[in-house]
Design a protein around this ligand. Structure first.
Ligand code: ADP
Ligand code: MG
Length: 209
């Protein structure tokens, strides 16, 4: 199925073409209609199935560029993954005014992050520990977040981020869209999903594209 079958902003369709993304991968085809419809979605698919563009397109489609507030938060288990996700979102967003994507990860000096936060952003991509740190110090305001993404949720739990995840969720509007992606689906994920998601649509894809 081509991306053009979705009701996406023209700029996003143009960028997809430039990136060489001609048709949707199975997880994109199955999750994007619900994501664009504002529903909560749980996506289960192996590495390489194209989960980043699935949630990236969803949050970019909904973003109000003229409103310079943090509107989306993407949580990733590691800095490497957060950097990859931020890079893909920036590529998808290319040329759409001045969409600001900021990464906030551990293992990076605090100073420059504080400076960047003072300048503001539309989208934050980060690791749970560092996000909590900024929240605790009153440097990060998530009150305008309308899309929350938990990427590689199973790995975040394996790494012991459960308390941080719950702390972050507590500081975010309840009225929001939550997208959860995971390669595996242990019991612990189900119980988190029950707590933080509203009638999620489940999408499960076995193979890569
Ligand atoms: P996952 O997060 O599921 O492991 P990624 O989002 O990292 O997967 O995507 C895996 C690879 O597939 C990346 O190199 C990405 O650029 C590419 N990709 C994603 N969607 C498409 C698509 N629709 N068409 C072509 N390539 C794609
Ligand atoms: Mg991924």
């Amino acid at each position: 199925m081509p991306f053009s079958s979705l009701n996406l902003k023209t700029e996003l369709l143009d960028n997809l073409k430039t990136m060489g993304y001609d048709s949707m991968t199975p997880i994109q085809a199955q999750s994007l209609p619900a994501i664009l419809n504002g529903e909560d979605v749980i996506g289960q698919g192996k590495t390489g199935s194209g989960k980043t563009a699935a949630f990236g397109l969803g949050l970019l489609h909904k973003l109000d560029v003229k409103r310079f507030r943090i509107q989306s938060l993407v949580l990733c288990p590691t800095r490497e993954l957060a950097d990859q996700v931020a890079k893909e979102i920036r590529t998808l967003a290319r040329g759409i005014h001045n969409i600001k994507v900021l990464t906030l990860c551990g293992g990076v000096p605090m100073g420059p992050q504080i400076g960047s936060l003072e300048h503001g952003a539309h989208i934050i991509v980060g690791t749970p520990g560092r996000i909590i740190d900024h929240l605790d110090r009153g440097r990060l305001d998530l009150e305008n977040v309308h899309t929350l993404v938990l990427d590689e949720a199973d790995r975040m739990l394996e790494m012991g981020f459960q308390v941080e995840l719950e702390g972050i969720m507590d500081r975010m509007p309840i009225e929001r869209q939550t997208l959860l992606f995971s390669a595996t689906f242990p019991e612990q994920i189900q119980s988190i999903a029950d707590k933080i998601m509203f009638k999620p649509v489940m999408v499960k894809v076995a193979s890569t594209h």
